[in-house]
Design a protein around this ligand. Structure first.
Ligand SMILES: Cc1cc2nc3c(=O)[nH]c(=O)nc-3n(C[C@H](O)[C@H](O)[C@H](O)COP(=O)(O)O)c2cc1C
Length: 350
């Protein structure tokens, strides 16, 4: 019987259990993208899980997509994250940094010099994003020039080196949720006619370039990657998910990264389809409870289970699940932004 309480080796790390804390944006950074002091307390409270995946962290100033979110783009941000990883390690935990570029999700309001966001193609998201002066419609992004794209992959590599300097045990490349890497994968928002658009191979090229550069920088055993095919977010469509995601999984498998993280947040059976194609570890996420997590591991459908929303109000999720205790419900009004309230003040059951 495999259970979520069994240990697991991920790269050079020994996880005491297979309960992974999902990456969750909580918007508690200062105006310079440095995590607030309470961020260290928040993650340290959850250090007994197998592995913490940080909230998404922007790789460069042009990659920032939301107000009050943190970066790994400069030395001050590295120092801020070092306080967090030190606190997690002092509690015996392990933590990967989730790295992203938000592409067309960004707003000129928080880009350098009010710059226009960049994306594979000049197609805006139909919707709004928060700025310091309220909600505003998304803008039409500037389509990246072909010769700019390798440089953005380089930004992921630089940020992954900073992540290691900041004490993270590895990085998770965020290829999900309709951010820049996902924008290249999805033909509804990538209408390019160069080597980064058109065929499945071409649309996956940027993702694989990022992976190759990050592997060169920090080594394959410290690299994971998240996908969320057909997620209902940021206008994602992924009409040919059945073709492109298996291609991505096979190519990642050949590169030997530590794990593939699939979140089933749309009408695509990501665990069933990708798990058999990827020979490394498979982390299954979205909608799991204790019993469904155990059942998936027992069936061989994954190697670890990623828990998101249950972690918001249950810092002691591991103990609660082990003891069969009821889970607390989060306060919806304090999820994004603010201070300690609804962040580090959820009590443990005992
Ligand atoms: C408040 C909140 C913030 C999130 N932020 C991120 C993020 O920064 N990066 C990411 O990959 N997913 C993010 N997600 C998605 C989660 O990682 C996870 O895939 C999703 O919540 C489904 O898992 P669950 O049903 O266990 O919550 C977020 C989810 C929530 C609820």
């Amino acid at each position: 019987m495999t259970s979520i309480f069994d240990p697991l080796r991920v790269g050079a790390l020994d996880l005491p259990n297979r309960i992974i804390m999902a990456p969750m944006t909580r918007s508690r950074a200062d105006a310079n993208g440095v995590p607030l002091d309470i961020v260290a307390d928040y993650y340290a409270q959850r250090a007994d899980c197998g592995l913490i995946l940080s909230e998404a962290i922007y790789v460069s100033d042009m990659a920032k997509g939301y107000v009050r979110t943190p970066g790994l783009a400069n030395a001050a941000q590295v120092a801020g994250w070092k306080r967090v990883t030190d606190a997690v390690h002092a509690k015996g935990g392990r933590m990967f940094a989730q790295l992203f570029h938000t592409g067309r999700v960004a707003m000129p309001d928080f880009l350098p010099g009010g710059a226009q966001p960049v994306a594979p193609s000049a197609i805006a998201i139909n919707g709004k994003n928060w700025t310091d002066s309220g909600q505003k419609p998304h803008v039409v992004p500037r389509a990246l020039e072909t010769d700019e794209i390798a440089g953005i992959a380089g930004e992921f590599a630089q940020a992954s080196l900073r992540a290691i300097e900041a004490g993270f045990d590895g990085v998770e490349i965020h290829a999900a949720s309709g951010y820049l890497i996902h924008q290249f994968l999805d033909a509804s928002m990538n209408t390019r006619t160069d080597i980064y658009g058109g065929s499945v191979e071409n649309r996956a090229r940027f993702l694989l370039l990022v992976v190759d550069r990050v592997i060169e920088a920090i080594g394959r055993e410290r690299v994971g990657l998240k996908v969320s095919p057909r997620i209902k977010f940021n206008d994602v469509q992924d009409l040919d998910a059945e073709e492109i995601y298996p291609h991505v999984a096979r190519e990642l498998s050949a590169r030997g990264i530590a794990y593939l993280h699939g979140a089933k947040q749309g009408g695509y059976e990501v665990h069933a389809h990708l798990r058999p194609l990827f020979k490394g570890l498979y982390f299954a996420g979205a909608g799991f409870e204790r019993a469904s997590g155990d059942a998936l591991l027992e069936s061989g459908g994954g190697d670890a289970i990623v828990y998101g929303k249950p972690y918001i109000a249950n810092p002691d999720l591991v103990n609660r699940m082990r003891s069969g205790l009821a889970l607390a419900e989060p306060d919806g009004s304090t999820i994004y932004g603010g201070g300690a309230k609804g962040y580090v003040d959820y009590p443990a059951a005992d």
